[in-house]
Design a binder for this molecule. Structure first.
Ligand code: NAP
Length: 285
């Protein structure tokens, strides 16, 4: 049976370090602060916001809520973002998505100052991920994957890794982070031929394809570590499931992160960590 790479202990260790850094900043008169910008009140946005607020409170990060009406005109929305960019008391900005249709999503993504982009959505942050520079921050789920590996002592150095999914929010940045850590990375997507064969060649697999149980026993073998970023409501079973067929995979591979209870439980801890890192970077300049 595989070792189960649970997210909770990873999050707890990260939270402890983050809280320590936040206390050190507070002693110097700096309160790390996250602004959460929401348009309207979609239930998925509200629930992510609640999770982020709870985590921030736990580690000493203050939260400023910027709740705008769903029909906010673009000029007012971009003015609100600019005010947060210009406010020295705000260290990080989280813009909850999806945005209503009157807001140009691409323009909104890049309207956040990269040094406050704790969610890793701007081109500046992605450039930082690509060049391995401290410019902006990686997307939280991509970094969460690396935090899980580090916590469980699984070193990507020299390993053959495969990432399934090439989105800018998860797959592509995670592939870059693995590359910077010395893995030889294959980036798979919907046009990849013979995915089972490609995955069986890999020692480390991150699945972030948004497809319920895309990866199963046919893709896997002994000796592998599998991380599952997927999260789906499985109607037939009345519960959440991942992109990996967990029951089949855990019988085959060496180590696997569950979904739920894996990477997802680490994401808000990474977010809070980024806010504190943003405040630290500012205080050092
Ligand atoms: P996404 O934007 O829909 O991207 C999915 C990626 O998977 C695409 O690159 C797609 O390939 C690839 N793909 C789809 N079907 C495939 C197949 N049959 N074989 C191989 N590759 C396939 O999804 P996402 O936002 O990256 O999210 C991926 C998963 O992570 C979801 O389950 C989501 O719930 C979870 N997640 C997302 C976030 C987030 O912030 N978005 C955060 C945490 C977890 P093409 O590019 O060729 O279409």
């Amino acid at each position: 049976m595989a070792k189960i790479l649970k997210g909770a202990p990873v999050a707890a260790a990260l939270n402890e370090q983050t809280a320590q850094q936040a206390r050190a900043l507070a002693a110097r008169g700096v309160t790390p602060t996250l602004a959460i910008v929401r348009l309207g009140a979609r239930s998925d946005a509200l629930s992510y916001e609640q999770g982020a607020v709870k985590r921030c409170q736990q580690v000493g990060v203050a939260v400023r809520h910027v709740a705008l009406p769903e029909l906010t005109p673009p000029f007012a929305f971009f003015a609100a973002l600019k005010a947060l960019n210009d406010d020295p008391a705000v260290h990080g900005i989280l813009l909850l998505r999806p945005l209503p249709e009157q807001i140009d999503a691409q323009a909104a993504r890049c309207a956040i100052a990269p040094e406050k982009d704790v969610d890793g959505c701007t081109d500046g942050s992605l450039a930082g991920v690509f060049t391995n520079a401290a410019l902006g921050f990686p997307p939280c789920t991509a970094r969460a994957a690396l935090e899980v590996l580090d916590y469980y002592g699984i070193d990507p150095m020299g390993k053959r890794a495969a990432v399934v999914g090439r989105s800018l929010v998860v797959g592509r940045p995670a592939a870059m982070l693995l590359l910077h850590r010395g893995a030889t990375v294959t980036l798979c997507h919907s046009r990849t031929r013979e995915l089972p064969a490609v995955l069986r060649e890999s020692e480390l697999i991150l699945v972030c394809a948004g497809q319920l149980r895309l990866v199963g026993a046919a893709h896997l073998r002994a000796g592998q570590t599998v991380l599952d970023a997927g999260i789906h409501w499985c109607e037939a079973e009345g519960r959440l499931c991942g992109d990996v067929d967990f029951a089949a995979a855990e019988r085959v591979v060496d180590a696997i992160s569950p979904a739920p209870g894996g990477l997802g439980s680490v994401t808000t801890s990474v977010l809070a960590r980024h806010v504190v890192e943003a405040a630290l970077r500012r205080s050092e300049n």
